[in-house]
Design a protein around this ligand. Structure first.
Ligand code: GLU
Length: 300
C-alpha cells in the first residue's frame, strides 16, 4: 500500500502554534518516506456546530503560506456523510451499535445509583443504561457496544510515546457514534476517513492519544487496517496548560514569507528539530526531512 499521512484540522479556528506542529510533523513524516508517499489534508467539519464558516479555506491558505501543500485536493467531512451512514449501518447490522435515550442528567443519575461518579477528562463514563433497550425514551444518540465487541483492553505502540493500553469498556464506556440531532462523532468519522483515504501513518497532537484505543476498536469492528500512530509534543501555554483559544492560542501570522518561516521554525523546535538556516519555507522544510528521519525513524 502507498504510504499515506494526513493532517486533519477541525475548522473551529485558524491554524495556531499547536496545530502547525501537527501539520509540520505529518508532512515531514510523509516526505521522509520518499517521493511515492502522499500527504493529505482533511477538513474535519463533521461536527458542524463547532465549525466556523470560511475557516477551512483559511487553514488551507495558512498551510500554503508555509509551503505545506497537500498532494491531492483536500477532503471535507461534510461531503462524506454517506460513508459514515454506511459504516454505522454495518455496525447496526451486527448489533454493535445501539440507540441510547439518556440525557446527561439521566447518565448522572444512573451513575449516582451505581454509587459511581465516574468521570474522565470531564466526560462521564457511560454506564450502559440503554444496552438492553431505550426504556421508553426517544433515541438521542447511537453508541458503540464496546463490551459486546471486545470487552477488553486495546494496546498499541505509539512511535514516540511507546506502548499505550486502554480498557475502553471500563475507562470510556460505550462511546457515541452519532448524535440523534445529526452530527457524526469524531471517532466514527475519523476511522472511516482514514480507511477510505488509505492512511497508513497517523501523526497528530498528543492531546488525541487518548482517542486512539477507541479508534482501533472501531477499525477492528469495521474490518479496517490499523495505521501506525505518532503523537507529537504539545505546545504549552505560559501557564503550562495545553494551548487553546481560551489561553492564548492566537492565529498564526503567515502574512509574509518571513512570518511563515518564523512560525514553521517555532513548530520545528517543539519537534526537536534544529533551527532553520534556509531563508524560505521550502528550503527549511527540505532541510528538516532527513533530520526527521533520524529522529523518528521513518522508513525511507
Ligand atoms: N480534527 C482533529 C483536531 O483538530 C484531529 C483529528 C486527527 O488528527 O485524528 O483535533
Amino acid at each position: 500500500m502507498r504510504e499515506t499521512g494526513r493532517f486533519a484540522p477541525s475548522p473551529t479556528g485558524p491554524l495556531h502554534a499547536g496545530s502547525l506542529v501537527a501539520a509540520l510533523a505529518s508532512w515531514l513524516d510523509v516526505r521522509a518516506r520518499g517521493p511515492q508517499a502522499r500527504w493529505l489534508v482533511r477538513i474535519e467539519d463533521a461536527d458542524t456546530e463547532r465549525c466556523l464558516p470560511g475557516m477551512g479555506e483559511r487553514i488551507l491558505r495558512q498551510l500554503a503560506d508555509c509551503a505545506l501543500l497537500p498532494d491531492e485536493p483536500p477532503a471535507w467531512q461534510t461531503q462524506r456523510t454517506a460513508h459514515y451512514e454506511a459504516a454505522l449501518a454495518r455496525l447496526q447490522e451486527r448489533g454493535l451499535a445501539y440507540p441510547c435515550g439518556c440525557s446527561r442528567k439521566d447518565i448522572d443519575e444512573a451513575l449516582a445509583r451505581l454509587g459511581q461518579r465516574h468521570e474522565r477528562h470531564g466526560e462521564r463514563v457511560y454506564p450502559g443504561t440503554c444496552r438492553d433497550g431505550l426504556h421508553g425514551k426517544p433515541a438521542r444518540a447511537w453508541r458503540f457496544a464496546t463490551e459486546k465487541f471486545a470487552g477488553g483492553e486495546v494496546c498499541f505502540t505509539d512511535r514516540r510515546l511507546g506502548r499505550q493500553c486502554q480498557d475502553v469498556s471500563r475507562e470510556v464506556g460505550d462511546f457515541v457514534l452519532r448524535r440523534a440531532d445529526g452530527p457524526w462523532a469524531y471517532q466514527l468519522a475519523v476511522v472511516v476517513d482514514d480507511a477510505d483515504q488509505g492512511v497508513t501513518d497517523v501523526v497528530r497532537g498528543e492531546d488525541l492519544t487518548d482517542n486512539t484505543a477507541r479508534q482501533i476498536l472501531l477499525q477492528r469492528a469495521l474490518g479496517f487496517p490499523t495505521p501506525t500512530y505518532l503523537h507529537t509534543p504539545l505546545v504549552r501555554a505560559a501557564d503550562g496548560d495545553k494551548l487553546s483559544k481560551q489561553n492564548g492560542a492566537t492565529a498564526l501570522d503567515t502574512g509574509t514569507p518571513a512570518a511563515s518561516l518564523a512560525a514553521l521554525d517555532t513548530a520545528a523546535r517543539v519537534l526537536g528539530l534544529r533551527p532553520a538556516t534556509a531563508t524560505d519555507c521550502t528550503g527549511a522544510l527540505a532541510a528538516w526531512v532527513p533530520e526527521w528521519r533520524d529522529l523518528y525513524n521513518s522508513r525511507p
